[in-house]
Each structure stands twice: as C-alpha cells, then as structure tokens.
Write a protein that binds this ligand. Structure first.
Ligand code: GLC
Length: 607
C-alpha cells in the first residue's frame, strides 16, 4: 500500500478541514485557545474578559493566563533597569512586564514632564505586545519622588521615625504617591521595614529606626497612605522591604569588598528574627502589602533569595502572603557563579519576579530552558505569574488611562510642602539645651551662621535625591536651606552673618553662633563606616564660631547618630536634624520656638 498517497489524501480530506473548523470555533467563540508553545495567535483583540473592569480580578487573571504563551508568562517575571533596555522594541519583543529606575535613572532632561513622557513611551511599547499587558514601573521614591528634580523632598525615614506620628507618615506617603502617579509611576520600593541595629550601616537613614513596634506602626501607616485610593484600585503600590533581618547584618561580613555591612550576613537565631524583624512584615501583610522585596543579606550563611524556608514556608505559607516576591538588585545572581543555577534556585525558593536588573535576554532563555527541562515546574511559573498579574489588576494598570501633563501641577504643591515642613519640625530631636538656650529669640541683635550643611539642599536631602548617591550642593533642588529659614524667621533688626567655614572677622561677640554640620550624601553600602563622626573641617568650623559667640548651637544634618561625645560638653544646644529634605523652614519652626521640640530618638545616640 502506498502509504504516502493514502496519508496525503487523509491529510487533505480530513485533518485540514477539521483543524480549520476547530480554529474557527475558538476564534468566533473567543474561547481562550491553549496557546502554542512559541507564538500567540490571538493578538490585539478587544472586548475580552481580562479587559473588562467589571469582572472580578480572579476571572480576569484566569482568562488572561489562558491566553498567554510560556514566553509571555516568563516576560512577566523579569524586572529590568530601564537603562539596560537596548531599544523600545525589546519591551514588545520580549514581552517585558516590569521596569525600574535605579537611583537617579531618569530621562535626559530631569523634569516632571520628561519623566511622564518617558514612562508613557515605555507603556506604549508594552501595549504593542500581543496581549497588551501594561508594565509595572518601579522606583525608589523613599523620601518623596526624590529622583525627580522639583519634587517635594520629605525627611528620610530616620527622621520620620523620630516623629512617631502614624497620621503624619500616612500623609507623607499619600503626598508622595500623588506626585509619583502624576508621572505615571505606580510602584514605590518603600516602606523600608528594616529594624536598624547597627548605625554603622549606610542604610540606617532609610529605616524608621531600631524599635520594631515603631517600625511596624509607621510602616503600616506609610503603606496605607501610599496605596489608599477612592476607586478601589491601589493609588500606588507599596513594597515593604527588605525581607528579612537586614538591620542585624554584622559589620565586616559583606560579600561586596567595597562595603562593610550591606550584603552582609545575619547570625541571629530564628526566635530573634521572628520577634524583632518579622513583626513589621506581618503587620503590613495584614494591611494589604502585595509586593515584598527580598534582602540581599544572608541569614546564617544562606542568601535570602535562595531560602525556601523564609520565602515560601514562612512568608507565603505561614503568613499567607498572596502577593508577589521580588528580588533585590542582582541579589539572585549572587547565589552562585552559574547564573542558570542561581535563577533556578531563586525561583524555586519562592522569588516570583527577578530584579535582574540587566540581562533580560539571558533571564528569558534560562527560564525557558529550566521550564523545558523540568528544573522549574510549570506550576511554579504559573503561580508566580498569577501573583504578578493579580497585583497589576489590583493596581488598576489595565484600566487607568495614561497620566496626562495637566496632572503634573500636583508636584511640589503648597499642600505637599506644608506636610513636609510639618514632618521636618516634628522630626527634630533636642539632644542638649544647656541653660535653656533654645528656643532662640527672633529679635537677637546678631547671629553668626556657619557650617557645611547650612546652605546646602543636597546635604539636607541626603541620598536618593536626583542621583542615587545624592548631590552635595543645591543644583536645582527646589527648597529652603536652613540658612534661608533662619533669615526668613528673625526680626528685621537682627543681623545674620553667614560664612560656611566660620571665618568671621567681627571683634564683638555675637549673641548666638549656629553651626550646621553633618554628613555628605550617600546611599547603601557606600555609607557603611566604622565610626560615624563629624569631619575635622566641621569641628574646626565649630571651634571658630564658638570663639566668636556668647552661646553656641550645633545642628547635625546626618542619616544617623554621630560620635560627638568628646565635643558635646562644649556646646550649649544640640539638635539632631537627620536628613530633613527640602523644607528647611521646619527646622526654624522649632529653633525659634514657633513649635516645641517633639521628636524623640528613633535609634540610640550616646552623648
Ligand atoms: C537597591 C536597594 C533597594 C532598592 C533597589 C532598587 O540596591 O537595596 O532598597 O529598592 O536596589 O533601586
């Protein structure tokens, strides 16, 4: 029998017509066809269930996932730094689901409009994908939308920790969310829930401090303020981080030779880990945390991104966390030198989205290989993608229109600046007040002002401001320096003389000398230091002003306590100002007594 002849007749008269009939059924009934492995035949359709905002989210997720190819699913699991994208078409071609701006990674022209246009351009490329799944775009707006020049810059978390005021922190978060949403960015890598135990850590100022209850209470307030919205969707997605225990990393254990603590090892036992570091995460999960970022720390020698017990058994199963887990900057690839193995271990441990943040093509091919050879099960991929898509729907990404230029007017508006000013004054901690030198009178005859941080918005703001490591200077940051605030507050008859280095050539003594000193901006491991203290230049400035003043007040602008023990006895007044941000007027509010000092230390400061 000529099998070939009969086989071809069989194909012509039976197989082709029946497969055509089946395809027609799927197309006309719009039933989600089970997509072929490498290509989706149902592209750019409209009025599908997942596109219908009146349907329950779980139905929309199911419908969408049934339409997705493996490639489209894997594209949802990678988080790429926007400067690593080789071309807009890659977003479409590789079905990328999430981008981020690393610290300072903005458009060429750093204006709110340019940010909005950049984000909308990325989203348009995502809309060109077969199923038009919108991007989640994340950023570290950890003290206001700090990457954007012109945004309101709030005190860093260490200062908010000193306020112990959940209502205020909620309003700070809400104002931050409004400025972020105006630029089309709906994912904030905040709140930081690390419980800081070692002030030598560069990330200390990103935390609410060392008291777990204060961290938990303010973390919940921040998350609620960030996510609250009127229409049922999250306004901006909050992202508690870094799970878990980073505040207890030990000095000198960093995997990174440039750092001392960041990316270090935690050796505390599980009981301590739960009692101190888990509480803030438990409370924010109850308050509807939907994304949690894993720390690059190791616990008892095992990198957190590789820890199935922490991520799946504890976070997902025991605490019932049903959102998605995202890894932190390159943390997955530090598991082992082989990148394929690192990815397999991280995804199987419970990571749902990998902040690669650079090699997205390798990520996709590695995960495809792991899926096809069974190193990662389809169920794990589907679980991760289901979590991610659910959160995207909850954040309204499929349903809200693109942000428009008219909305940018909310950035740095009076209401936000007033909230920031309130946060500044409530964060000031009075460390010493010998003979009640403070508050100062507004009608003093003469005040000398000096110091490296007196007229420097970049130092007031600290890291994560326009640039990852911040900027030392004013450089276009909108705000009020502490010097300007002093001048704004005193009477017309008061003479204010300023010299940054304290070189005053007056013969008579001033009533008061105010010296504003502290730390230069820094971020993360670059701020790890053995002995946080004042520079010799700052100490010399203080001495020079003291020699010309009846009373001396020192204002310390820093991300943490500094070692001033041997000098503080010579100063009359000392104020911990932390990194107050753009609204320096809030410092003058308490310096001259319009408001009382109410801030309390969020971490221990030995004087
Ligand atoms: C950083 C930080 C993390 C931040 C992330 C994205 O390395 O550890 O807090 O959110 O990368 O910038």
């Amino acid at each position: 029998m000529n099998f070939n002849f009969h086989r071809s007749k069989f194909i012509i008269f039976l197989v082709i017509p029946s497969s055509l009939i089946v395809a027609l059924i799927f197309i006309f009934l719009k039933l989600p066809s089970s997509p072929p492995a490498d290509g989706n035949i149902n592209c750019h359709q409209i009025n599908l269930p997942y596109q219908n905002p009146t349907l329950p989210i779980d139905q929309r997720v199911t419908d969408l996932m049934n339409r997705m190819t493996d490639k489209e699913k894997i594209g949802q699991m990678v988080l790429v730094e926007k400067n690593s994208i080789h071309g807009l078409n890659d977003i479409t071609q590789y079905n990328l689901g999430a981008l981020l701006s690393g610290g300072g990674a903005g458009p060429k022209q750093d204006t709110p409009l340019a940010w909005l246009q950049m984000i909308n351009t990325f989203q348009s490329a995502a809309k060109e994908t077969c199923l038009g799944i919108p991007l989640l775009y994340g950023i570290d707006a950890i003290h206001g939308h700090g990457n954007v020049l012109g945004a309101t810059i709030f005190p860093h978390f260490i200062g908010l920790g000193a306020t112990r005021d959940p209502d205020l922190v909620k309003r700070v978060a809400k104002a931050t969310a409004e400025e972020m949403a105006a630029t089309g960015i709906y994912w904030n890598f905040a709140p930081n829930l690390d419980v800081a135990k070692d002030i030598r850590w560069g990330k200390t100022y990103e935390t609410f401090g060392s008291d777990p209850d204060n961290v938990a209470q303010l973390g919940v307030a921040y998350l609620e303020g960030m996510q609250d919205s009127l229409n049922g969707y999250f306004n901006v997605l909050a992202n508690p981080k870094h799970f878990i225990g980073g505040g207890d990393m030990e000095y000198g254990t960093s995997r990174n030779k440039k750092f001392k603590i960041e990316e270090g090892n935690i050796t505390i036992d599980e009981k301590t880990l739960r009692q101190v570091h888990l509480v803030p995460f438990q409370k924010t999960i109850t308050a509807r945390a939907r994304v949690i970022m894993v720390s690059t720390a190791s616990w008892q020698g095992k990198i957190n991104s590789d820890n199935y017990y922490l991520l799946t058994e504890l976070l997902k199963n025991e605490l019932g966390f049903s959102g998605f887990i995202v890894s932190d900057w390159y943390g997955v690839y530090q598991i082992e030198t082989n990148k394929y193995n690192s990815l397999v271990r991280a995804v199987n441990a419970g990571i749902d989205m990998v902040m690669t943040p650079f090699e997205y093509k390798d990520f996709i091919s590695n995960i495809q290989e792991a899926l096809s050879n069974g190193d990662i099960k389809k169920e794990r991929i589907d679980d991760a993608v289901k979590r991610i898509l659910t959160v995207k729907f909850e954040t309204g990404l499929f349903d809200r229109p693109q942000a428009l230029p008219e909305g940018l007017s909310v950035i740095s508006n009076d209401q936000h600046r007033e909230i920031a000013r309130e946060a500044v004054r409530k964060s000031q901690v009075l460390l010493k007040n010998k003979n009640s030198v403070l508050p100062l009178s507004k009608s003093l005859k003469k005040i000398l002002v000096a110091g490296s941080s007196a007229d420097n918005l970049g130092r007031q703001a600290g890291g994560w401001t326009t640039e990852w490591q911040g900027i030392d200077g004013n450089y276009g940051i909108l705000g009020t320096t502490i010097l300007e605030a002093i001048k704004n507050t005193v009477s017309r008859d008061t003479e204010v003389e300023y010299n940054e280095k304290g070189d005053f050539f007056t013969d008579n003594f001033s009533d008061v000398g105010i010296v504003v000193v502290g730390e230069k901006p820094y971020a993360e491991g670059w701020g790890d230091i053995a002995n946080p203290s004042l520079s010799s230049e700052d100490l010399l400035t203080i001495e020079k002003v003291k020699a010309k003043s009846k009373k001396l007040v020192v204002i310390i602008v820093s991300g943490r306590p500094l070692n001033i023990k041997e000098y503080a006895k010579n100063w009359d007044g000392i104020i911990a100002s932390w990194f107050p941000g753009s609204e320096g007027q809030g410092v003058a509010d308490v310096l001259f007594g319009d408001y009382a000092f109410t801030g309390t230390l969020p971490v221990n400061w030995e004087l």
